[in-house]
Design a binder for this molecule. Structure first.
Ligand code: 13P
Length: 247
């Protein structure tokens, strides 16, 4: 299995930010891991052009569950593919919170991504209150059962475990807490999709930075990272790519 360093730029970045792509590829032209950046949708086409022929793949942060139609302001997986996207993040906790996205909607989006021939990165994660009340595995189990697309394969599905309380806070779970969730997820995936589960990349996300990346990547069943803030600067994301390549 090739590990995956994925960056989620969220609602950050303009055309000027594409300078980071040149810097990243200059320092890491052929990393041992896969490398993906998910900029705002407005930058997908330009970033794809900038990354053409390189090791960098470009993804989107969300899509509509339908393939086309009267949905003003929305983007389908096919439209994102046409712009150059190879991956689409679905079910990020910020979308679950900001837009009330349910597991059922997330699954329908993930199915649309896979139907379009792209890779779905399905995000799940508990809130701080849920962790404090001992519900983490129950919450994560319900989310994975309800969010992953039917017939998912190792090639079409990536799962990202992102504890909501660790996103953008500088706080992370302990390494043993990460290990517990990731091994639980591997087992749950085996129950859902059988032997394909062994090849599904399970990413950790939430305050990953150059200083903690190596220790997180040494945790069993951590197959990469989904990086927010630290993916905006080529130097930081490049250091995370290097740590994953060495893991
Ligand atoms: P931060 O790395 O900024 O904590 O964000 C994580 C995240 O939400 C990636 O999708």
């Amino acid at each position: 299995m090739k590990k995956l360093a994925a960056g989620n730029w969220k609602m950050n970045g303009t055309l000027a930010s594409l300078a980071e792509v040149g810097a990243l590829l200059g320092d890491h032209p052929k990393p041992a891991c896969e490398m993906l950046l998910c900029p705002p949708a407005t930058l997908i086409a330009a970033m794809s052009t900038a990354a053409r022929g390189s090791a960098l793949m470009v993804g989107a942060q969300d899509c509509h569950p339908k393939p086309q139609g009267a949905h003003t302001g929305d983007l389908s997986a096919a439209i994102l593919r046409d712009a150059g996207a190879t991956h689409v993040i679905v079910g990020h906790s910020e979308r679950r919170t900001d837009h009330g996205e349910t597991d059922a909607l997330v699954r329908s989006k993930a199915e649309a991504v896979v139907d379009a021939g792209l890779v779905a990165i399905v995000c799940i994660g508990e809130t701080e209150a849920q962790r404090d009340s001992g519900k983490t595995l129950a919450v994560i189990g319900t989310q994975i059962d309800g969010s992953i697309p039917g017939g998912a394969t190792a090639a079409s599905l990536v799962v990202a475990y992102e504890p909501v309380w660790a996103i953008g806070t500088g706080r992370t779970p302990t390494l043993s807490e990460i290990a517990e969730v990731h091994s639980f997820l591997r087992g749950r995936l085996r129950g859902l999709i059988g032997s394909e589960a062994e090849g599904v990349r399970i990413l950790y996300g939430g305050s990953v930075k150059p200083s903690n990346a190596a220790e997180i990547f040494a945790v069993p069943h951590v197959d990469g990272a989904l990086v927010g803030g630290a993916s905006l600067k080529a130097a930081d994301f490049g250091a995370i790519v290097a740590a994953l390549s060495a893991a």
